[in-house]
Write a protein that binds this ligand. Structure first.
Ligand code: FMN
Length: 163
């Protein structure tokens, strides 16, 4: 049996919209990572606050996940790209939870500058089997997709078949 869990963080709901599409197709469990201290609702403030390297290396505390990760063989991990990296809350999640031996399927939403996002996720999960990375591009500061919906649905079909 292959139990899949979608784990994602979102700030402006782009990553959430993709996570929910995957959930609709795969009918699997889903977990939204939330920071203990919510980010400002002012987008520009968050973009600027996260810019300097001190801020972008800081790992925010995240809410308890209350889910037994041992039950899942495959984690479908979704992150927005923040300053060319996985969002800090996802880095906290990967630092706090050992995903050794699991399959990890990663998708990153961004405005076209993926940077080192996938490389960094690999470094944070050295003992996991990372496959099927998917870069999903939205228009800058918008919920309008640039990546075609058919590319996304094809990718979801592929991960659906993975056991
Ligand atoms: C703090 C911050 C930094 C960002 N840095 C990047 C970046 O380096 N490259 C990029 O393409 N988009 C960047 N973006 C845009 C987001 O990655 C993009 O809008 C993403 O789809 C947002 O996902 P969400 O709606 O799930 O939060 C940044 C957005 C924020 C808020």
């Amino acid at each position: 049996m292959n139990n899949k869990l979608i784990v994602y963080f979102t700030y402006t709901n782009n990553t959430k919209s993709i996570a929910e599409k995957i959930k609709n197709e795969l009918d699997c469990d889903i977990l939204q990572i939330k920071t203990v201290i919510p980010y400002s609702t002012n987008y520009e403030v968050v973009v600027n606050d996260e810019h300097n390297s001190e801020a972008s290396n800081r790992l925010p505390e995240i809410e308890d996940i209350n889910i037994d990760l041992d039950k899942y063989d495959t984690i479908i991990l979704g992150t927005p790209v923040w300053w060319y990296r996985p969002a800090p809350a996802i880095r906290t999640f990967l630092t706090k939870n050992d995903l050794m031996g699991k399959n990890i399927i990663v998708f990153a939403t961004n405005a076209g500058w993926l940077g080192k996002t996938f490389i960094e996720i690999k470094k944070l999960c050295p003992n996991s089997n990372i496959t099927n990375e998917m870069n999903i591009v939205f228009e800058s500061n918008s919920s309008k997709l640039e990546t075609s919906i058919s590319d996304i649905m094809n990718w979801i079909d592929i991960i659906k078949e993975k056991s």
